[in-house]
Ligand binder design. Structure first.
Ligand code: IPM
Ligand code: SF4
Length: 476
């Protein structure tokens, strides 16, 4: 055993140690204390039912925070104020979360609340997400919050119940991996491209069993919103945890947000957060290097996020049975440029890419241009606050003038639980994070891409490289 302080610690070690209530043994996982429990309408109803069945109250309503996102319509209410829920189930999920939060004294961003939005967008936006916190949610993209130097991970519905009842979770410490992006990104390439390039390199299970820390020059240079995009996709490499050490970018972004400490408490928090970084010589079970200077705008061509390639490449020859099956489903012709693939629909949104910077990126491509005839383009801001900020900049006018649809915030076509979906056989270029078969509607073929690539594809009506648009000073 090492004497305390003698061996250099990683960010992950520090976050873990700060929250262990009971150490892990061969027989039992560690008990971790949870600082923030985010809940949404899909994975919480059953957990609340279990609590009710046992007559248990929520242990720390003040550390629990709810929002409505997955099943909520993105079209406005009708004249009678009724929201167009896709199904009775969707409506009932929403109603149950409203009831459960009221019953247990949990703050909820209800429909109509100007702060409501996708759980992984609103946490950071409100400053609930902070460096050094343990954050859980019954949702696999909880790693998004790791962008702030938090220990954030998705849990299952049973665990949601445990956390509601005890404010703790049982967890075995995963192995640690550092993914270092060497050098700086070329112009016109962003965090979504980094994420897809990394997943293509290590595989959709390459991070399984690991907590990833993203590091390197290209990561340091990313904006806070871009860091969230990168950490969001950790789970698509199989890693439940993804994190970035907080720095000036983080602190500046957080300063003044609703739930962030103010005054003297802010100075104290800063002093504490500054220590949250991996020390020189800290041990990682695995280290991966990605050459950031070589990354190009990326798209996926298969039905798993690691089937990703540069947008200006040729569709590859399928080899394994799984690849052949994916190629059949996607109907890409091996050896042909991705540019040849016609697009039916474009979705710009989701907890991966629905923040203001993402919408600005899409607007930069669409400004003064038209969505190709026959293509449906859906633009769904991640939160009411993003929507408001985008409208203040008149981005919605850019989208509407281009012929795109400007919707109400929510998960929308990322998972198609709210009725927003593609039609069988359609090809959708989507800024979301999963291209699984049927995720965006039965028979829908999903191509994952950045907001710029999705916007360029909407304009051209086929998979398109965004760089000519991003580099052009004036629209054509
Ligand atoms: C509905 C929810 C459980 C799910 C998740 O865990 O991630 C969803 O958000 C998704 O993106 O697939
Ligand atoms: S936007 Fe998509 S990935 Fe994110 S929480 Fe919603 S359904 Fe899950």
């Amino acid at each position: 055993m090492s004497i305390e302080g003698s061996s250099p610690k990683s960010l992950f070690d520090k976050l873990w140690e700060r929250h262990v209530v009971v150490e892990e043994t061969a027989e039992a996982p560690a008990v971790l204390y949870i600082d923030l429990h985010l809940i949404h309408e899909v994975t919480s109803p059953q957990a609340f039912s279990v609590l009710e069945g046992r007559g248990v109250k929520v242990r720390r309503p003040d550390k629990t925070f709810g929002t409505l996102d997955h099943s909520t319509p993105t079209l406005p209410a009708n004249d009678r104020g009724e929201l167009p829920y896709a199904t009775p189930e969707a409506k009932s999920q929403v109603e149950r979360l409203i009831e459960n939060c009221a019953e247990h004294g949990i703050e909820l961003l209800n429909m109509g609340d100007p702060r409501r939005g996708i759980v992984h967008v609103i946490g950071p936006e409100l400053g609930l997400t902070q460096p050094g916190k343990t954050i859980v949610c019954g949702d696999s993209h909880t790693s998004t919050h790791g962008a702030f130097g938090a220990l954030a991970f998705g849990i299952g519905t049973t665990e949601v119940g445990h956390v509601l009842a005890t404010q703790c979770v049982l967890q075995r410490k995963p192995k640690s991996m550092r993914v270092v992006f060497d050098g700086l990104l070329p112009e016109g390439v962003g965090a979504k491209d980094m994420a897809l390039a990394m997943i293509a390199q290590i595989g959709a299970d390459g991070g399984q069993g690991y907590a990833i820390e993203f590091a390197g020059e290209a990561v340091r240079a990313l904006s806070m919103e871009a860091r969230m995009t990168l950490c969001n996709m950790s789970i698509e490499a199989g890693a439940r945890f993804g994190m970035i050490a907080p720095d000036e970018t983080t602190f500046e972004w957080l300063h003044g947000r609703d739930y962030v400490p103010k005054g003297l408490a802010w100075n104290e928090a800063l002093a504490d957060w500054t220590d949250l970084r991996s020390e020189i010589g800290a041990h990682f079970d695995k280290e991966v290097h990605v050459d950031a200077t070589k990354i190009r705008p990326m798209i996926t061509y298969g039905v798993s996020p690691d089937a990703a390639a540069p947008v200006d490449a040729l569709a590859p020859e399928p080899h394994s049975e799984a690849e052949k099956h994916a190629a059949d489903y996607m109907k890409f012709n091996a050896g042909k440029p991705f540019h040849d693939v016609a697009v039916d629909r474009v979705f710009i949104g989701s907890c991966t890419n629905s923040r203001l910077s993402d919408l600005r990126e899409a607007a930069a491509v669409m400004r003064g241009r038209k969505v190709k005839e026959g293509v449906v383009a859906l633009i769904v801001p991640g939160s009411e606050a993003v929507k408001h900020a985008a409208e203040a900049e008149k981005l919605h006018e850019v989208f509407l003038a281009a012929g795109a649809e400007w919707r109400e915030p929510g998960c929308s076509m990322c998972i198609a639980m709210n009725g927003d979906s593609g039609k069988p056989g359609e090809l959708v270029v989507s800024t979301s994070n999963r291209n699984f078969i049927g995720r965006q509607g039965k028979g829908v073929r999903t191509v994952l891409a950045s907001p710029a690539t999705a916007a360029a594809s909407a304009i051209e009506g086929h998979i398109a490289d965004p760089r000519p648009y991003l580099f052009a000073k004036e629209s054509a």
